[in-house]
Design a protein around this ligand. Structure first.
Ligand code: NAD
Length: 496
C-alpha cells in the first residue's frame, strides 16, 4: 500500500449520507444537509442528512414499535447471535472501506483505522454476540412455599450519542451490548464523523437485524442530540463525550421522563513514573504513545506525566525523542503514525491551550505549532511542556490534542496527591519495580482504570469508565450489559 494507491482508493469511496430509520435509508425530513468536512485537507467530503426533532421522533417510534412487537428481543438467542455474527462478518468484508471512511471523516492515520479502529469495533460486535446466551439470572433464597427468581430484561429504546474521536469503535461499544440484551437503538453519531455509523446501520439491515431495531440518525448535537435526550419514549441515553454535554443530558432527563443516563466523559489522566521503574524505555514509549496516539484525541490520554524529580530531566529526554515520531503526516500515507485533528475548531482549541500554557509560564520542550498548513488540513505537532505544576490550566483541563504536561514529584505520597488532584477520574498508570508500591498506589488512585507497568493495557474483557467527573456507567465487559437491562424479581408462591 502506497500513498498514491490510497489517494486513488479514497477517490472511489462512496460516503453514506442518509439516515437509517425504520429499515430505510432516508434523507432528513426537511431535506436539509450539513457539510461533513474532511480534516485531512479541510475540504467537504460529503453532505449528510441534517436530522432534527421530527426525524428523531420517527426513529424513536420505529424503535419502540420494534421493541413492543418483539421482532428482535423475542428472537431465539441463537438467532440473535447468528445475526450479530453476520454483522461482524459484513464489517470485516467492508473493513477497508470503513477504515477509509473513518480516516477521511476524522483525520486519523489509515494504518490505525485498518489495524485498530475497525477491527476493535468488529470485535465488540462479536464479543457481545458470543456473550448473549452466557449470562444467567438468579434464584433467591426463599422460604419453602416460594420461588423467587431474578431476571434481567432489556430497557426498551436506547438512545446512544457518541463522539468523533473513535466514531465506529465508540458506537459499537454501545450498540453491541444494547443489541445483545434485546433493546432497540437510536444512534446519533457526532456531526464531525457520521459516515461509519451510517454504514453500520446499513450493514445491520443487510445482516438481518430487523427494521426499526438499529436506527442511525445524523444531525447536530443541540438539535438531533437534544431531541433524542429529551424524548419521552427513550429509556436510556448512553453517552460518550464531553462533561459539558453530559451535564446537559442529565438536565434533559430530569426535565423529560427521568430516563436513565450513562456518561463516559473526559479525563486528565496521570501516568506516574517512579525512579525505581524496571524499564524506563518502555515507560518512555508509553508516555509518548499515551498522549500522542490518535493525535491526543483520547478521553484516557496520558496527558499528565508525573516523573520522580531525581530522574525527571533524563526521562524527559527519552520522551522527547519518541514524541518526534508522532509528527503528523497525511492520514492516507501508510507511513503516518499521526494525522490531522478532527476540525478547525478543535485545532484552534488545542493551539489556545498551548498559548495559555506559555503565558502561565510552563516551559516548552517540544512543538507548539500548527504544521502542514499548506494542505488545508488541521495538524498540530506533538507538544511537550515541563517546569509546570498541577495548578496550570494545562494540568487541569482536558485539551484533547497532542499536548503533554510533565510534572515532577518528590515521593510516593506527593505523586498520589498530584495524581488525584483533579476533577477527573478516568484512568491512571504507574511504573515501578516495587510490587508493594505498585499495589498500594493503585488502590489509592481514584480512577476507573489503573495500569501498572503499561498504558491502556487491557481490552474488551475489562470494564471501561470513570470515577468523579469522568462519568458513571461502564462500557466493555459483561458489566456493560447491566447498563442496558433492568432487574426484575418474580416470586411464585406454592403449596409446600
Ligand atoms: P461532545 O460532548 O461535544 O459531543 C459528543 C456527542 O454529543 C456528539 O454526538 C454531539 O453531537 C452530541 N451533543 C452535543 N451537544 C449535545 C446536546 N446539547 N444534546 C445532546 N447531544 C449533544 O464531545 P466531542 O467533542 O464529540 O468529543 C470529545 C469529548 O468526548 C472529550 O471531552 C472526551 O474526553 C470525551 N470522550 C470520552 C470518552 C470516554 O469513554 N470517557 C471517549 C471518547 C471521548
Amino acid at each position: 500500500m502506497t500513498l498514491q494507491q490510497n489517494l486513488d482508493r479514497a477517490r472511489g469511496i462512496k460516503f453514506p449520507t442518509n439516515a437509517v430509520i425504520d429499515g430505510k435509508l432516508v434523507p432528513a425530513r426537511s431535506g436539509k444537509t450539513f457539510d461533513n468536512v474532511g480534516p485531512r485537507d479541510g475540504k467537504i467530503v460529503s453532505k449528510v442528512a441534517a436530522c432534527e426533532a421530527g426525524d428523531i421522533d420517527t426513529a424513536v417510534n420505529a424503535a419502540r414499535a420494534a421493541f413492543e412487537d418483539g421482532r428482535w428481543r423475542n428472537k431465539h438467542p441463537r438467532e440473535k447471535k447468528k445475526i450479530m455474527f453476520k454483522l461482524a462478518e459484513l464489517m470485516e468484508r467492508d473493513l477497508e472501506e470503513l477504515a477509509f471512511l473513518e480516516t477521511l471523516d476524522m483525520g486519523k492515520p489509515i494504518r490505525d483505522t485498518l489495524s485498530v479502529d475497525i477491527p476493535t469495533a468488529i470485535n465488540s460486535i462479536r464479543w457481545y454476540a458470543e456473550a448473549l446466551d452466557k449470562v444467567y439470572g438468579e434464584v433467591a433464597t426463599t422460604p419453602s412455599d416460594r420461588l423467587s427468581y431474578i431476571v434481567r430484561e432489556p430497557l426498551g429504546v436506547v438512545g446512544a450519542i457518541v463522539p468523533w474521536n473513535f466514531p465506529l469503535h465508540m458506537a459499537c461499544w454501545k450498540v453491541a451490548p444494547a443489541l445483545a440484551t434485546g433493546n432497540s437503538i437510536v444512534l446519533k453519531p457526532a456531526e464531525q464523523s457520521p459516515s461509519t455509523a451510517l454504514k453500520l446501520g446499513a450493514l445491520a439491515l443487510e445482516a438481518g437485524v430487523p427494521s426499526g431495531v438499529l436506527n442511525v440518525v445524523p444531525g447536530y448535537g443541540d438539535t438531533a442530540g437534544q431531541a433524542l435526550a429529551r424524548h419521552m419514549d427513550v429509556d436510556l441515553i448512553a453517552f460518550t463525550g464531553s462533561g459539558e454535554v453530559g451535564r446537559k443530558l442529565m438536565t434533559y432527563a430530569g426535565e423529560s421522563n427521568l430516563k436513565r443516563v450513562a456518561l463516559e466523559l473526559g479525563g486528565k489522566s496521570p501516568q506516574i513514573v517512579f525512579a525505581d521503574a524496571e524499564d524506563l524505555d518502555a515507560a518512555a514509549d508509553a508516555a509518548a504513545w499515551g498522549i500522542f496516539f490518535n493525535q491526543g484525541e483520547i478521553c484516557n490520554a496520558a496527558s499528565r506525566l508525573l516523573v520522580e524529580a531525581s530522574i525527571k530531566d533524563e526521562f524527559l529526554d527519552r520522551v522527547l525523542k519518541r514524541a518526534k515520531q508522532y509528527t503528523p503526516g497525511d492520514p492516507l500515507d501508510p507511513a503516518s503514525v499521526a494525522g490531522a485533528l478532527v476540525s478547525e475548531g478543535q485545532m484552534k482549541r488545542v493551539l489556545g491551550y498551548i498559548d495559555t500554557a506559555r503565558k502561565e509560564g510552563a516551559n516548552l520542550a517540544l512543538g507548539g505549532k500548527r504544521v502542514r498548513e499548506e494542505s488545508g488540513g488541521f495538524y498540530v505537532e506533538p507538544t511537550v511542556f515541563h517546569r509546570m505544576d498541577n495548578t496550570h490550566t494545562l494540568a487541569r483541563e482536558e485539551v484533547f490534542g497532542p499536548v503533554l504536561g510533565v510534572l515532577a514529584f518528590t515521593n510516593e505520597d506527593d505523586a498520589v496527591r498530584i495524581a488525584n488532584d483533579t476533577v477527573y477520574g478516568l484512568a491512571s498508570g504507574l511504573w515501578t519495580a516495587n510490587i508493594s508500591r505498585a499495589h498500594r498506589v493503585a488502590r489509592k488512585l481514584r480512577t476507573g482504570l489503573v495500569w501498572i507497568n503499561g498504558w491502556d493495557a487491557c481490552d474488551i474483557t475489562v470494564p471501561f469508565g470513570g470515577a468523579k467527573q469522568s462519568g458513571f456507567g461502564r462500557d466493555r465487559s459483561l458489566h456493560a450489559l447491566e447498563k442496558y437491562t433492568e432487574l426484575k424479581g418474580i416470586s411464585v408462591t406454592y403449596k409446600p
